[in-house]
Design a protein around this ligand. Structure first.
Ligand SMILES: C[S@@+](CC[C@H](N)C(=O)[O-])C[C@H]1O[C@@H](n2cnc3c(N)ncnc32)[C@H](O)[C@@H]1O
Length: 526
């Protein structure tokens, strides 16, 4: 067992001893419920990951208790990375023994009421983690409440509604304790997300800071104790929100592996009174103004019915004596496409090692027999055997059975199934300069006519679109897709269509302002 684990064991023993000496009414009144170790460590790991990896940590817990978060911090990063750590505790019953427990470490415990404390330049934090006291408003004396409201407004510019619990004031007051760019993680009841009195707190989260993520635990999940049934962890960074900001709403599972997660544009959150509907809500009640579906027709690639029958290499075509004119180039699977930009030769063939071709002709069998007897012989092999290719569901529905769906090459394609790799992207957007079409392991993005026209005039337009897609934060994109077991992410055409694309319009000055209006117009008449 590591030294940190041993100290955590001692802290847990101390915590239960101190809890045992208090009545539950007393603990209720002061909001004294400790965070379980697993959860504390999960929260700290998440918070630390939001900071630049080399940055020293200046830690603050405004209601530290025996120090579950500080203990978790020590278990997460090497001691030398902790430049300083501060905790506030109003109750000496917890504060004094905690001071003794941590006396050899970087933690300073201030035995004070946090709601009255004032920071100086050297006491601000870049990592603020807190499970604040959950004291309901009717347990807060009216005069004290008025003072809290006043000080909180001074600290963060927002007036907290009088029906709010103490934790709302804690959050607002903490604003002045955060370094610019610092990160905060708050373990709080999720009720503020759906009730009227939470409005001002939500306004703070949307306007004053960059709200990164709100994760809610699944009440049926037994991982955490009952006290956390309705809890959420709210993450934000102390900097103004960027344009086109989207917030990740996640639910269930753990912070690092939520069961569901979805990015919701901040512009939508501003109009949505019930944040509790995320991330489950299939459709936002207020739609983003312009989405990728307004700029591109997004379709799944070709389903051939049998790739091994219809797709072949140039050598196979030659060996079988088949006519090249009945084939069109098709891209191989993404693992054979090493870079995200496919260049082409003068004929439009993709400059990649594995060149493949798709059998695709609308000529009737009689004409084929006459003009290309070897192709007729090959097609006949597809009608034989136990499970003839021509009898497959997809082939049967086509006339003739070997003709393919109409899917010309698309200038941008996207892999839509993938696993998130460490720091990597689960989905790839590929800029395709070739005339090769693609199979249904890709989504194909065809520009709408106005965008195609603009791209024809200026090829930089399509590159800008591709760069925009590549700059999308994977988490935002994942929020629009689905997560399957084992971390497999899948993005349906419909989900990609719904992704906000105002940011792309902004990057395409050629489109402003006339085409921007055209998009809106097309949308209105659609
Ligand atoms: C919910 S507990 C969390 C304790 C610990 N951080 C944890 O997560 O296990 C909140 C703590 O804040 C303390 N507290 C309550 N009001 C406070 C105040 N005004 N100033 C500082 N601490 C306060 C309580 O005594 C309690 O220890």
């Amino acid at each position: 067992m590591s030294t940190n684990d041993k100290t955590e064991e001692r802290r847990l023993a101390l915590q239960s001893e101190l809890d045992g000496e208090k009545t539950s009414e007393d603990r209720n009144r002061m909001g004294q419920f400790a965070t379980p170790t697993v959860l504390a460590r999960e929260i700290l790991a998440h918070g630390v990951a939001l900071l630049p990896s080399a940055e020293k940590i200046r830690f603050l817990d405004p209601g530290i208790g025996t120090g579950s978060f500080y203990s978790a911090l020590r278990a997460t990063v090497p001691a030398k990375r902790i430049e300083r750590a501060t905790g506030f505790e109003i109750d000496p019953h917890y504060g004094e023994p905690a001071k003794a427990l941590w006396k050899e470490t970087a933690l300073t415990i201030r035995m004070e009421d946090f709601t009255h404390a004032e920071p100086d330049a050297s006491s601000k934090a870049n990592l603020l983690i807190c499970n604040p006291p959950y004291v309901r408003h009717h347990h807060i004396d009216a005069a004290i409440k008025a003072g809290l409201q006043h000080r909180t407004e001074e600290a963060c510019g927002v007036t907290i509604n009088g029906l709010s619990g103490l934790y709302c004031y804690f959050m607002g007051l903490s604003h002045k304790w955060m370094e610019p760019g610092g990160v905060a993680g708050w373990l709080i009841p999720s009720e503020f997300m759906g009730v009227n009195y939470g409005r001002m707190l939500k306004a703070y989260l949307l306007k004053k800071v960059t709200l990164l993520q709100i994760h809610r635990f699944d009440p049926t999940d037994v991982q955490f104790s009952d006290a956390l049934v309705s809890s959420a962890v709210v993450w934000f960074r102390n900097e103004p929100p960027p344009r086109d900001h989207a917030v990740v709403f996640s639910y269930g599972g753990t912070l690092s592996k939520p069961k569901i997660s979805r990015a919701v544009p901040a512009s939508e959150l501003a109009h949505e009174p019930k944040w509790t509907r995320y991330p489950q809500a299939e459709k936002a009640s207020v739609r983003a103004e312009i989405t990728l579906g307004d700029l591109f027709d997004i379709k799944r690639g070709l389903a051939t019915g049998d790739n091994s029958f219809f797709i072949m290499s140039r050598e196979q075509i030659a060996e079988r004596g088949l006519p090249m004119e009945c084939f069109q180039p098709v891209l191989p699977g993404s693992r054979h496409i090493p870079v995200d930009e496919i260049n082409a030769d003068a004929q439009g063939l993709p400059l990649i090692e594995k060149q493949l071709f798709l059998l695709d002709t609308t000529l009737g069998e009689e004409e084929i027999a006459e003009r290309f007897p070897k192709l007729k012989t090959y097609l006949d092999t597809g009608k034989k055997g136990e499970k003839p290719v021509s009898d497959r569901y997809l082939c049967k529905s086509r006339r003739p059975w070997y003709a393919q769906e109409n899917r010309p090459a698309a200038p941008i394609i996207c892999t839509y199934m993938g696993r998130s790799r460490e720091g990597g992207k689960p989905f790839r957007f590929i800029l395709n300069h070739s005339q090769a079409t693609a199979c249904n392991v890709f989504l194909m993005l065809y520009p709408k006519p106005f965008l195609a026209r603009a791209a024809e005039k200026n090829p930089a337009v399509m590159r800008a679109a591709w760069e925009f897609l590549n700059d999308i934060d994977p988490d935002e994109l994942l929020g629009h897709g689905r997560v399957y077991g084992g971390g497999l992410h899948k993005l349906e055409p419909k989900e990609l269509r719904g992704f906000p694309a105002e940011g792309l319009i902004a990057r395409l000055p050629e489109l402003e302002p006339l085409d921007h209006q055209l998009v809106l117009f097309d949308k209105a008449v659609a």
